[in-house]
Ligand binder design. Structure first.
Ligand SMILES: Cc1cc2nc3c(=O)[nH]c(=O)nc-3n(C[C@H](O)[C@H](O)[C@H](O)COP(=O)(O)OP(=O)(O)OC[C@H]3O[C@@H](n4cnc5c(N)ncnc54)[C@H](O)[C@@H]3O)c2cc1C
Length: 317
């Protein structure tokens, strides 16, 4: 498929995937696969594309007038993500990346390839075990950003500061992905289900993480730079207040997975060879196949899934 093309659906003949129908520069095109169809649209769009192709929960497809090729109830289910909460501290010195939007920063980057513009912003990170960790693996991950980062950077704050992010690594909560309409241009409905686990364990882990973030920021190494705590704010001290802050401010750290889960049970979408169960000639190759969120960032394991897929495809030669 050409760059910039929008896939609308996988085309089918009986139970066999034959290609992809897509639009490019306003033209509708049908590509026929010489061998297999590999779907790699990510954890949000792969289940959406399967559903648009008539592969998914029958009831949901019918509700949108989509003809059913295969009733596969697990498509779109099992959505998992790392939920993240930030502690923002004002800095007493103007040495942070809050200057990133200054024109001189952009000019210096373009002319000299130097300065704050060269940073990936998330310059340090780490893992820790909270007292709630069920085994000897870390259950918290930290990212340190030498800038004030609120609402994914959309809320630009005056002054200088720094931010510690923390997320719970093994969430028990599950969400799901639904269709908003049968139109491929319409965004899917993402019901993230954050903090929805019945035991409220995800919330308890995040509360531990928030307290640990504060302990890190209170260390002597920060003393020369430490101003007031901006968020949650020094007045927020009780567990109840911190929980309210988490519920109000926690947000994704962009690791959705699991919506085309691999397995061999009835709810599984792909088998261990990444083949869509019940469909010939169609594999899903992206983060959506992960059954469970890993305890870290998701890009490297997704690359490993792709490497494995290439072995599997070549093995069918
Ligand atoms: C802002 C952000 C920051 C991140 N930072 C990190 C990080 O620091 N470290 C880390 O490990 N992970 C990070 N991640 C997560 C990581 O990027 C993902 O886990 C990884 O990219 C998942 O790969 P994927 O192939 O499943 O999906 P994607 O990388 O999302 O690829 C899916 C592709 O399919 C295309 N597509 C979707 N629908 C259609 C359609 N209908 N037609 C045609 N094309 C379509 C999309 O445009 C996209 O190019 C970050 C994610 C985000 C969003």
């Amino acid at each position: 498929m050409a760059t910039g093309a929008l896939a609308g659906k996988v085309t089918m003949e009986g139970s066999r995937a034959t290609g992809v129908a897509y639009t490019h520069r306003g033209r509708s095109i049908q590509a026929r696969a010489r061998r297999e169809v590999l779907l790699s649209a990510g954890a949000i769009n792969s289940p959406q594309l399967l559903m648009l192709s008539g592969i998914g929960p029958a009831e949901e497809l019918s509700a949108h007038g989509i003809g059913i090729h295969l009733d596969l109830p697990g498509v779109g289910a099992n959505l998992q993500d790392h939920l993240d909460v930030c502690t923002l501290q004002r800095a007493t010195q103007r040495i942070t990346y809050d200057t990133l939007f200054d024109p001189w920063v952009a000019a210096r980057y373009y002319l000299q390839r130097q300065g704050p513009g060269t940073s990936n912003i998330a310059e340090a990170g780490g893992f820790a075990r909270s007292p709630l960790a069920p085994d000897d693996r870390p259950d918290l991950q930290f990212h340190f950003v030498p800038a004030q980062l609120d609402d994914h950077g959309r809320n630009r704050l005056a002054g200088s500061g720094y931010t510690v992010h923390v997320c719970g690594l093994r969430p028990r909560s599950r969400g799901r992905l639904r269709l908003a309409s049968a139109d491929p241009k319409a965004k899917a409905v993402l019901e993230a289900g954050y903090l929805s686990d019945p035991g409220q364990e995800d919330l308890a882990v995040l509360l531990e993480g928030l307290k640990l973030s504060r302990r890190i920021l209170a260390q002597p190494a920060f003393a020369p730079f430490r101003g007031e705590e901006l968020l949650p704010g020094a007045a927020v001290t009780s567990d109840e207040e911190l929980v309210a802050y988490i519920r109000r401010k926690a947000e994704t750290i962009y690791h959705p997975i699991g919506t085309c889960r691999m397995g061999d049970d009835e709810q599984a979408v792909v088998d261990p060879q990444l083949r869509v169960r019940g469909v010939e000639n169609l594999r899903v190759v992206d983060a959506s196949v992960m059954p469970k969120l890993i305890g870290g960032n998701t890009n490297a394991p997704t690359i490993m899934i792709a490497e494995r897929a290439s072995d599997l495809v070549l093995a069918t030669d």
